[in-house]
Each structure stands twice: as C-alpha cells, then as structure tokens.
Write a protein that binds this ligand. Sequence first.
Ligand code: ZN
Length: 312
Amino acid sequence: MSNDFLFFEPVYMERVWGGNKSRSEFGYDLPSDNIGECWVITANEIGDCVCTTDEYKGKTLTWLWENKRELFGNYDCDRFPLLLKILDAKTDLSIQVHPDDAYMAKKDPKAWGKTESWYILNCDEGATVVVGHNARTREELREMIDSSRYKELIREVEVHKGDFIQIDAGTIHSIKGGVMILETQQNSDITYRVYDYDRLWNGKPRTLHREEAKDVTVVPAVKEPAFKTSDTDPIVKLVSCKYYDLFKLNVKGDLAIDNDAPFRLVSCIEGSGTVNKKVTLKKGDHFIVPSGIDKLEFNGEMTLITSVPGKR
Ligand code: ZN
C-alpha cells in the first residue's frame, strides 16, 4: 500500500454571497468572482474532488473510499464521513439551522444531520457571525419565528482571525459578510433556512423552512460558542465531538505528532514548510494522511488545522 499523502483538486461553488478572496489568499484558480465555497476535501454527489497524487491521479475521493478503503483504515461508513470547505462571504449568508441524525433518520434512513465547525481564517475589523438565539423556551422560539421577530431572536457575536466555533446540529447560525472560514463538517448538506434578512433574489424572496427550524432548533442555545485559539501552543485542541476531533498545530521549527487515526485531514492555513521531510506544504494546501503513517514530522513556520473522524 502506498504511503503517499493524498492531495486533491478543489471543487469551486458559485454562491450569490460569494467573493474571490481565495484567489489572492490561497492562490486558487477560481473560475469566477463569486466563489462562495471551495470544497477542498469532498466526496458526495454535489462535489467529488479528484486526486492529484501520482498513484491515484484522476480518481475521485468517492472512488477511493469505495475501492481502496484500506487507505482509510477500513473505516466503517457508507460514505466518506467528513467535508472540508473554505467559505468566503462577501455579503451575509441566510440564517439557517441543520437537523441532527436522529431527526433525519425519521425522514430518510440514509440521510444524515449536520454538525459543523468554523475556524476563522480572516475577517474584516468588527465582523460578526450569527450563532445561537435568545429564546428561553421552545414556545418563545415558535412565537418569535411566527411573528418574524428575527432581530430579537438571533444572537450575533463579534469574531476575529483565529477564533473557533463549534456549530452542533440544532444551532441557528450564519456567516456574515467579510468573514472567511475553514469549515469542517459532517458530509451532509441538509439545511433549513430560518431568515434571509427580507432580501430579494431575482425579484423573489428565498424559501424559508420555518416549521422544520422550529422543530430542530435546540433550546436554549449554547451561551458562548466562540473562543480565541492560541497562536503559540504547539498543539491546540479545538473540539472533540461524535463526528470529529479537531486540532490546530502551530509549527515553529520542528513539530512531530503521533498518528494512530484511521485517516486524517490536514490543512495548511498559514506559512509553509514540509511534512515527513519529503512533501512541501504551503498555505492553501489540504491533504489526507492515509492509514498506516504512525508519525507526522512537520518542519517550517506554519499553522495547520487537522481533523480525524469520530470513533465508530
Ligand atoms: Zn451550516
């Protein structure tokens, strides 16, 4: 079995709220100036990234998952479990909430809920995001949504570069204009739109899913969801949940970590360097560490975000 790291071609998604900052920030070859989302590690019917590593050049991640599961430690799951994206919001996204697995299972046994997390890569001075709500009871949540008291309902928090936010399923959330994030999430795309700031798109408001939102939103919301992450500690744990464990690595010189994960995702979000003395890394690179590589030795001046899938 190959011990090579697996690199992929990103899949670019145009969005009405998207910008073009990934071109200047990460050197991506964007096909337009409204690329809201770069799906950098993805394997689903909407976006399937193609491997650029020699041995598997041209194969999609779904193909690798289905035919070379040993690369992923024979991880038992009907699909690649994670999805990694960079989002660049030029304007505000609509406010939404995702269901959890239990809610989706009742609708469709194959569908998943969606838990996600955000690492703030960059943002304008004073930028904010929406995370959580102010309703104290489900009754109050229903009333506020029914009477469109959204400004009262939603909770907005100021964010800064390097902040991290876990968005569990059932959390009302939205990225606002001027914010760029690295999103690590469950490989699912089910979204209920709560509010779209009364905007019109091509003369029409976008459909809202108020009934579903009233059902799936967790009440009360988590109090202080965002925190600043260290830029100096070598290994910073960001979150551990059912779906993933996430770490930030501040590489200043040499940094080695033991790796016993079935597979691991790594993103270089700042700086440059090498891994295991053979592969060079620069800002904007993302790769999968296949099964069987028990040590990762990084060298250079760089910031990495790394995730491993939840235990199954
Ligand atoms: Zn979301």
